[in-house]
Design a protein around this ligand. Sequence first.
Ligand SMILES: Cc1ncc(COP(=O)(O)O)c(C=O)c1O
Length: 371
Amino acid sequence: MTDEAVTTGVPYLSLQEEFQSLQQAWFGRIQEIGSGGAFILGPNVRAFEQEAAEYVGTQYAVAVANGTDALVLSLRAMDIGPGDEVITSPFTFFATAEAISIVGATPVFADIDEASFNIDPVSVEALINDKTKAILPVHIFGNPADMSAIRALAAAHDLRVIEDAAQAFGAKQGDAVVGSMGDAGCFSFYPTKVLGCYGDGGLITTSDEALRDRLHKLRNHGATAPFTHDELGYNSRLDEVQAALLRLKLEKLEQDVAARIRVAGWYDERLAHLDLTTPVRPQNGRHAFNLYTIRHPRRDALRALLNEHKVGNSQCYPLGLHLQSIYAGLGYQPGDLPVVDRLCGETLSLPIFPAMTEAQVDQVCKCVAAV
Ligand SMILES: Cc1ncc(COP(=O)(O)O)c(C=O)c1O
């Protein structure tokens, strides 16, 4: 390692370059918003919903306050609650299972596929019973889950499908964009996401009109008309300042995904000969590379070296959700979902962001090669 690498390091994520390039246009839109006086669920939100639905390929999109709410409101809109089971992946951020628990339903955890790190349809099938109401696959790290198999299972057992596409805006299976392959697609616009805003934001995509109407109601306190409420809802609305930014970023989303794929390609070339693997990508489709995650047999040693050299990294994910203390009552034990357990001990996410340079990838890969 060079001295320069030690002193400068590589950030896990940098949004500085993007902010510099967008600030003038965004600030201009904020001035218009200020003059117009509509700050929440205004014209930018409506336009963004339409543009995002067009991009994803659904009839409708409903903007909400964050990705967790997108999941919670989708489950509520499908009347999923106490006594119901929802099958999901435990190899994900906590919000996926948390949303199921928040509506009072029970998360049932399937094992994942060792090759793709995504939910394993064979494991899902074995868990379906009379209480099962939905399957909730996660397109983990931006890599699309096997939606054909999941849709076939859902059709055979009359189940709803909610895609957790929080990390995967712009990912595709065949020509289908994620978020268009289930009954509802849930996105997060947390700043680190492929399409992220500079605050919190979320979106649900759907082609089901009744679902859209229910989501409109739920995001606004269950109101059927001003000051008229027939159920409990949420305050889960997107504001105009974030929607204006999201519209600007959606215009250049293809460029951003292409930049992420280019960075992933630099990693692929440099890491190909090493003792590690990366999740298998769709043969006919597109990984959006929200994260570039590797599986390394000496993950902890690698992590220590990266930290020493100030190279950003993240342990996604250190513990399967089935083994989190909050779910102790569900009775899962280590070894019940062996693939998840193995991957949690060996995976590490490396820096990736659209403005990352080949020299930065070189720096990271020198560390990886040294372990
Ligand atoms: C897979 C997954 N699901 C759900 C969420 C929740 O999104 P948010 O942080 O916008 O609530 C996130 C992101 O944080 C996520 O990565």
